[in-house]
Ligand binder design. Structure first.
Ligand code: C5P
Length: 242
């Protein structure tokens, strides 16, 4: 597995265990990790995570925990026991929630030890606009909230954030280089946008400072998914060497 492969996360947006296994077997030599989200997890539960781990590949558990601090910390410990490589919470849950999670994970699996997952925060969902925030009583614009929440997550000891490619620059400014940024909304230049609106190519996203790219349909909907993944990896390698 090279640097580009380690940075490519395939979004396993399917609704059956068999489909999930099929994709893992097809792409396991190419991508660094598989993202399991709410749909697949609600359908298949922890067994699907174990199946992926049994293939020897990493899992990003994308369940975006947001609850009282103790509940999030305990859920996080269960994710850790499942052996996931990365999982996430909503930064809007607050500093205390994130700090409690970090504290509990530190006890079981101190920083730098094998098997410690990357603890990632979601700042503002990319489906939210300034108007969405205003309607829930947040007067600040998205462009101000994103770096603010990223900084809060960093201060609480989180390892990084999920962000749209357009937000990477703002987050790098607020949090520096040593903070992971995971970006969906990545589309090769010749791929369909699907329902993504503000996109960047894999090369652009890396050049802007993203660390990990989450990519689903440009691979899964391609006539030859392995070839599509290979083309994305080639573009990523070009950007990483530049
Ligand atoms: O198929 P596509 O490449 O658009 O998949 C992107 C993945 O990243 C999906 O699982 C989607 O839910 C997720 N995601 C996103 N935008 C966000 C957060 C997550 O597209 N802001």
């Amino acid at each position: 597995m090279d640097d580009a492969q380690r940075r490519l996360i395939f979004a396993l947006d399917v609704d059956s265990f068999e489909d999930a296994r099929g994709w893992v077997e097809k792409l396991q030599g190419q991508v660094g990790a598989f993202k399991v989200g709410k749909q697949l997890f609600t359908r298949c539960g922890p067994d699907v995570v174990r199946m992926i781990r049994d293939h020897g590949v990493d899992v990003f558990l994308d369940l975006k925990y947001h609850d009282i601090p103790n509940t999030v910390a305990m859920a996080g410990l269960e994710a850790l026991k499942l052996g996931v490589w990365m999982f996430n919470v909503h930064a809007l849950g607050g500093a205390e929630m994130m700090a409690k999670l970090v504290e509990q994970v530190d006890k079981v699996c101190p920083r730098g030890t094998e098997g410690r997952p990357l603890l990632i925060a979601v700042t503002i969902l990319t489906s939210s606009t300034d108007a969405t925030l205003q309607a829930i009583g947040i007067e600040r614009p998205v462009a101000e909230m994103v770096p603010r929440l990223a900084k809060l997550a960093q201060q609480a000891g989180m390892d990084g954030v999920v962000a749209s490619p357009q937000e990477v620059g703002l987050i790098r400014q607020a949090c520096g280089r040593d903070f992971a940024i995971v970006t969906p909304g990545v589309r090769p230049a010749d791929a369909s946008l699907d329902d993504q609106k503000r996109v960047m190519t894999p090369g652009e996203a890396l050049r802007y400072g993203a660390d990990y790219l989450v990519i689903g349909r440009p691979i899964s909907a391609a006539p030859d998914p392995a070839a599509a993944a290979a083309a994305i990896l080639a573009e990523m390698r070009g950007a990483l060497q530049a």
